[in-house]
Design a protein around this ligand. Sequence first.
Ligand code: AR6
Length: 173
Amino acid sequence: MGKIKIIKGDITKLSCDAIVNAANSSLLGGSGVDGAIHYAAGPELLAECRILGGCKTGQAKITKGYNLPSRFVIHTVGPIYYEHSPAEAESLLTSCYKNSLNLAKEKGLKTIAFPLISAGVYGYPQREAIKVAVETMKVHQGEFDEITLILFGAREFGMAQEDYGEYVGGAGA
Ligand code: AR6
């Protein structure tokens, strides 16, 4: 059984088979983690994204990682929280994690790291977003060596310590 790990930090510094980007449907970059990933990967990432033809909410597409320490970037588009009912937002966010993991599996990737999708600009409540992330990771845990949730802010990291302490710092099985 692979490991689920929750850590605090910057996803652009991680060296995994793939990191996941919280993109928008244009896939042409933005602020937040999307901006950080494009900045660290370099302009070739945007050039590859341009030919992908965008991505629907809940879906995922893969590119190379270019100057990032990770080999691939999986771009997924989270729901804008207030555009949906809470149940619909939860289902779309679950699809983001599920479809990203399915794509990674298809490519034979074994280590993958996620930021807290939709929980910044897109307004998804952080505690609920952590729950969707971890519960969906648990379902797919057996298909990977390691799935990491990397949290940028102290606030959301504190929530994860409270709710999923067994996975924090890599102690989870
Ligand atoms: N490493 C890890 N997590 C980060 C980093 C980083 N370097 N930088 C920010 N975060 P957001 P969204 C966290 O807003 O809500 C963009 O403009 C951040 O603290 O990046 O899905 C896109 O183009 C938060 O917890 O993504 C879209 O238009 C989490 O990443 C839109 O924002 C997600 O915050 C997507 O909004």
